[in-house]
Design a protein around this ligand. Structure first.
Ligand code: 5GP
Ligand code: ZN
Length: 116
């Protein structure tokens, strides 16, 4: 997708602080972190949102969570939050499916809902 920011980061047309990459996923630091440790984990395949997932994306979604687990382990995180915003009313501003990995302080649920 040409005018998708995350596709541009995946294709290295836009810079980002990339901390992990493999064939299927890329993870980089959120430009406006809401916690001391705040990464975005992004499948390389462009899917607009959770609302656009299909049956064939089951493995991709499993891979997304396992990628988060792998990154958390590498960074010695024992506790963290995984969050996916869905749609504008759900706080999604970038229309390329992604998961937030947040850690470093206790973030109250209501606070996360307000800030993300
Ligand atoms: P969403 O609200 O769609 O779930 O999350 C999008 C996230 O992308 C936000 O937390 C926002 O701070 C982050 N973001 C927006 N633009 C950029 C950018 O250009 N680079 C990086 N690294 N993060 C961005
Ligand atoms: Zn995209």
């Amino acid at each position: 997708m040409q005018n998708c920011l995350f596709c541009q980061i995946i294709n290295k047309q836009t810079s980002a602080d990339i901390v992990y990459e493999d064939d299927g996923f890329i993870a980089f630091k959120d430009i406006h972190p809401k916690a001391p440790f705040h990464l975005l984990i992004v499948p390389k395949k462009h899917i607009d949102s959770v609302n656009h997932l299909e049956q064939k994306d089951k493995d991709l979604m499993g891979g997304l969570i396992l990628t988060a687990q792998k990154i958390a382990k590498k960074n010695n995180l024992t506790g963290y939050k995984l969050l996916i915003n869905v749609g504008r009313e759900g706080g999604q501003i970038i229309d390329h499916l992604h998961m937030h990995l947040l850690a470093g302080r206790v973030i109250e649920k209501s606070e996360v809902m307000e800030k993300l």
